[in-house]
Structures are given as structure tokens and as C-alpha cells.
Ligand binder design. Structure first.
Ligand code: NAP
Length: 332
């Protein structure tokens, strides 16, 4: 019997396993124009934490006691839709479950780009696209810029590091622990800051000196809080900040203190928030550039894989404890 994870309680602070339940689900009959999909890979993403709160945001909250949603890659096992045959690999939003019956319009066939299918949840999917448009459009980053990216060993961050290097930028990345910092340097970063070993502000000041700069031209924010504050403190004149995410605050109800926020005025800093889906009409340019960087070896993927649908809440919670290097995925 197909099964799906349900949110059974709205988490307070860091979620726990008791907030979720894996339950059997009834699938609708396969009507004309529909496909049955067996999921192969499921994605967990930090934004899902926001959907667990009962608040209005850019995506509606998860309903309690209903199957949850999220990115997934699957294989068509039965089709009554023109243009889809069993064996086709598709990407869609009916994740957190092993099987789904969907209208053909809700699935996208994976383009033939010679990559593993799970890449469409990572560097060729939401996280790679977020890195690409956030860096190159929201932050207007250009060759020669000094770019600071937080959570640089994660899915979005590792793509930012590599895209920035492919476009001739100087890159500083922050991450937790020596191993992740070594990974960030292996990706091509010019300096890496272990924020668990010293305050991020001190680490960033040292990294800026290490790359021979006076300040940062671009900040790609994945963390918020002290990381954003350090970036404000060390911003160069006319710096551009792409405000992508603030994972440091997702489990907290405390206000975020920014000691250096007034530097926005003196340094003429531009803060630009953005959402990946804003760029849906421009996905073609992302596929073109990203697939050519992947083919040239300039962008590489690393995944952290949890096996089996039962492991999904643990994989999700691992995003907040730093259990992943690169993209966090569940393999079914
Ligand atoms: P990820 O970076 O692969 O995983 C989350 C990472 O965040 C963890 O590995 C951990 O790395 C770090 N982290 C967790 N708690 C932290 C804390 N309190 N302080 C500092 N670092 C912390 O996740 P992702 O999918 O690539 O997402 C990265 C960010 O982009 C998130 O903020 C997410 O919400 C945002 N995002 C935004 C959009 C958009 O459209 N705007 C789209 C996708 C993602 P360490 O072990 O190094 O701490």
C-alpha cells in the first residue's frame, strides 16, 4: 500500500520525530490525462520548516494530518497521458511519499543532459537554480567581485561557490567544522571560515585579509543572524546582498539582532530578497549554463543520502544540525 509522511503536530522550535507520522494513503483512480509515479528520490529542504508553521507566507502551510509535499524524482509506472510512457523519469512536487497519481501537467520529464536523475533535485534543480539566479541576478555578481557565501558546504552554498569561481570571482565560504571547510576549499573557494571555531565576524575579517581585499562586494545569505551581521560589518561600498534564506532563525521565535544594520546607509548596500520560483520563465538559461559547467567539470555534485522513506524526518532534521554536506536526499 502506498504511504506518505503526514504532519501531525506543528513544531515549536526544532521539530522532532513525533511531529510526523508515516501513514498508508489511498491514491485516486488513474483517469485519462494522468500518470502513476513511483518515487526514486525525495528532497528535504529548509523552506519546509516554514510550511510547518500556521502562518501566511509565499507558500501555504502544510495542512495537519494530510500528506506533505516536496520535490521528488520518480519513474512513471503507468500512464493514461499522451507523451508519457512507463519508464519515463519525471520531477514533481509530490514528495514525502513513495507513490503518487498525478495530472500530466504536474510532472516534468527530465531533460536528457547525461546526469544522474537526482541532479534535478540539486545542481540542476531548486538548489542549483537558487544559487544561479541569486548570485547572478539578485546580487548582480560579476567577475572580480569578492563574494561571501554562508552555509557554503550545503546544497545552495556549494553551487554558489562553484558558479562564482566559474565566473571569475573571489570566494569566501563559511561552514561548520574543519571537514566542511576543506570541502568548501576543494570546491574552489579562496578562503573558508569554520564558524564553529571562532565568531563569524572575526573569521570573516581574517578571510577578507587572506584574499587581499578590504571588504566584500557580494554576500549570499543562507543563514541570517550573526552571519548577515558580519557581512554588513565587512561590506565594501555599493555591496550587493542576495537574501536567499536565514536558516539560523527558522526554529527560533527570538528577534534577529543586527548590530551593523546601519552600515547599509554609509556603504550604500543593496539587500535583495528573492524566491527561486520568481525565475521560472528564465529556467532555460539556467539549464544551458549549469549543464555546460557540469559537463566541463566546473560544477560538481556531492549528496548526503539517507536510505528508505522511514528515514525522511531524520534527513529533514539533519539540515538543522549540519548532517549534510552538499544536497540532502532520500533514496527509495
Ligand atoms: P543546505 O545548506 O544544504 O542545508 C542546511 C545547512 O545550513 C546545514 O547543512 C548547516 O550547515 C547550515 N545550518 C543549519 N543551521 C544553522 C545555523 N543555526 N547557523 C549556521 N548554519 C546553519 O540547505 P539548502 O537547501 O542549500 O538551503 C540553504 C539556504 O537557502 C536555506 O536558508 C534555505 O531556506 C535557502 N533557500 C532559499 C531559496 C529561495 O528561493 N530563496 C531556495 C532554496 C533554499 P553547517 O553544518 O555548515 O552549519
Amino acid at each position: 500500500m502506498p504511504k506518505a509522511w503526514h504532519l501531525v503536530r506543528r513544531p515549536q522550535g526544532l521539530p522532532s520525530g513525533e511531529d510526523f507520522a508515516l501513514r498508508p494513503i489511498d491514491l485516486p483512480p488513474l483517469e485519462p490525462g494522468m500518470v502513476r509515479v513511483r518515487n526514486l528520490w525525495l528532497s528535504v529542504d529548509p523552506y519546509m520548516r516554514g510550511r510547518m508553521n500556521d502562518v501566511k507566507s509565499y507558500v501555504p502551510p502544510f495542512a495537519l494530518d494530510a500528506p506533505m509535499e516536496g520535490g521528488a524524482v520518480g519513474e512513471i509506472v503507468e500512464s493514461r497521458a499522451e507523451g508519457f510512457v512507463p519508464g519515463d523519469r519525471v520531477v514533481h512536487m509530490a514528495g514525502w511519499r513513495d507513490e503518487a497519481v498525478l495530472a500530466a501537467g504536474a510532472v516534468n520529464k527530465l531533460p536528457e543532459l547525461g546526469v544522474e536523475p537526482q541532479a534535478f533535485l540539486g545542481n540542476l534543480g531548486l538548489t542549483g537554480g537558487t544559487a544561479y539566479f541569486g548570485l547572478l541576478d539578485a546580487a548582480q555578481a560579476k567577475q572580480g567581485d569578492v563574494v561571501f557565501v554562508s552555509a557554503a558546504a550545503g546544497a545552495v552554498g556549494s553551487a554558489v561557490v562553484q558558479i562564482a569561481k566559474a565566473r571569475g570571482m573571489i570566494v569566501i565560504g563559511s561552514a561548520r567544522g574543519e571537514d566542511k571547510c576543506a570541502f568548501v576549499r576543494d570546491l574552489g573557494a579562496d578562503a573558508a571560515i569554520d564558524y564553529s571555531a571562532r565568531p563569524i565576524l572575526k573569521g570573516l575579517a581574517a578571510a577578507v585579509a587572506e584574499v587581499g581585499a578590504k571588504g566584500i562586494d557580494v554576500y549570499f545569505d543562507n543563514v541570517g543572524g550573526d552571519h548577515l551581521d558580519a557581512a554588513l560589518a565587512l561590506a565594501a561600498r555599493d555591496a550587493r546582498f542576495a537574501i536567499c534564506g536565514m536558516i539560523g532563525g527558522y526554529n527560533s521565535s527570538e528577534p534577529m539582532a543586527l548590530r551593523y544594520i546601519m552600515r547599509v546607509i554609509a556603504m550604500r548596500i543593496r539587500l535583495q530578497g528573492f524566491i527561486y520560483t520568481d525565475y521560472a520563465p528564465r529556467l532555460g538559461e539556467f539549464y544551458r549554463d549549469m549543464s555546460s559547467w557540469i559537463a566541463a567539470g566546473q560544477v560538481q555534485s556531492r549528496d548526503t543520502i539517507f536510505d528508505g522513506i522511514e528515514a525522511m524526518p531524520d534527513a529533514f532534521l539533519g539540515l538543522f544540525t549540519g548532517a549534510n554536506t552538499g544536497k540532502m536526499l532520500i533514496r527509495l
